[in-house]
Design a protein around this ligand. Structure first.
Ligand SMILES: [Zn+2]
Length: 343
């Protein structure tokens, strides 16, 4: 292999954009200096064959440099290492084994959310590292839905979805984007899978009708079932559940107790989802499998808002006694499988 030429500073050094993806920045440096992308990367170190010269997918391309390749990048750009990594975290060099030549590694970004095309234009074409943007399910400024599938949306016609997104961002500001998205995924699972119509909680058809109504309003094709439902149609209810689940107050209320005050949690849930029909909630069982999950986790001392919710139980830990009280004893007794709770 020919030794690499001594690096010299390139004439044009584009400004690294805050939160930019590594592949996007290296592409912009090459473009600004009218060098082919692959030839430019070859100046930094060994390039994997998966990195094509033409039209790489900049939205997902992560290029990780080892220490010597990163040193070469600094020499070519004249940028400060700490500032560069601060702006573009995925450019942080991966330490290398002794004697390893300058090397670039390639990987693809996996993220539920896409970069907003409107925001990208404002950033001068730089692609964002969307891993830290999980809670940006929509760009309200440019009217793009970004979660799952990017779609231009008339958010003016879907004020509930826009309001829900603002609410999600407020929750993320309070408890952090990673925590909020963990709960958001959990909320989605209950809403769209665990409470699906085939398990027929009595209120589920109400939600389905509401979601279909939103799909109609947006002028999209109506989806028959939950798993064909676009994610923006169910966003308000997902966020409503996320708000309840991330609240330490409501998470603590959800734990079964002899005085049945946990009823308030399920009443609050019904109110947040807009499914209460005015009648008192007869049983928490209409929210299965959530109550048994809350019960099981409470035995390990965990509530819904805890970061280790659903993680495997700690080794050698002894579960607590938590009795699973339903709301009404009379109701529970009417069930054929009823056994009086011990203790
Ligand atoms: Zn935008």
């Amino acid at each position: 292999m020919n030794p690499l030429p001594a690096p010299r500073k390139v004439p044009v050094v584009p400004r690294p954009r805050h939160g930019e993806l590594s592949g996007s920045y290296l592409w912009r440096v090459a473009q600004a200096n009218r060098i082919g992308f692959r030839p430019f990367l070859c100046l930094l170190g060994t390039v994997p064959s998966a990195v094509a010269s033409k039209r790489p997918d900049l939205a997902v391309m992560v290029l990780t440099l080892n220490d010597t390749a990163f040193t070469r990048l600094l020499a070519y750009t004249g940028l400060d290492a700490a500032n560069l990594i601060k702006a573009i975290p995925s450019l942080a060099p991966r330490s290398q084994t002794p004697g390893e030549p300058p090397t670039i590694r390639f990987s693809s970004l996996k993220s539920q959310v896409a970069d907003c095309p409107g925001c990208r234009l404002r950033r001068g074409g730089a692609y964002a590292d969307t891993r830290g943007l999980g809670h940006k399910a929509a760009c309200l400024r440019h009217g793009y839905w970004l979660y799952g599938q990017t779609q231009r949306l008339g958010l003016a016609e879907l004020p509930e979805a826009a309001a829900a997104q603002r609410r999600l961002e407020r929750i993320a500001a309070r408890c952090g984007p990673a925590a909020v998205m963990r709960t958001f995924e959990l909320a989605t699972w209950y809403l769209e899978h665990a409470w699906r119509i085939d398990y027929h909680p009595h209120w589920y058809p109400l939600l389905l009708e509401r979601w279909q109504g939103r799909v109609h309003t947006a002028g999209a094709t109506a989806a028959g079932t939950t798993w064909q439902m676009p994610s923006w149609a169910t966003h308000p209810e997902r966020v409503a559940l996320t708000a309840v689940f991330t609240s330490p107050y409501w998470a603590a209320q959800a734990v079964p107790r002899a005085d049945r005050r946990h009823r308030l949690f399920y009443e609050h849930l019904a109110a947040e989802l807009g499914i209460s029909d005015g009648r008192p909630l007869r049983t928490i069982r209409s929210f299965d499998p959530l109550p048994p999950d809350i019960h099981a986790q409470a035995r390990w001392g965990r509530v819904l808002s805890d970061p280790d919710w659903n993680a495997p139980p700690p080794i050698a830990a002894i579960p607590r006694q938590v009795v699973n009280y339903d709301i009404t004893e009379a109701y529970a007794m009417s069930l054929p499988w009823y056994f009086p709770a011990a203790g």
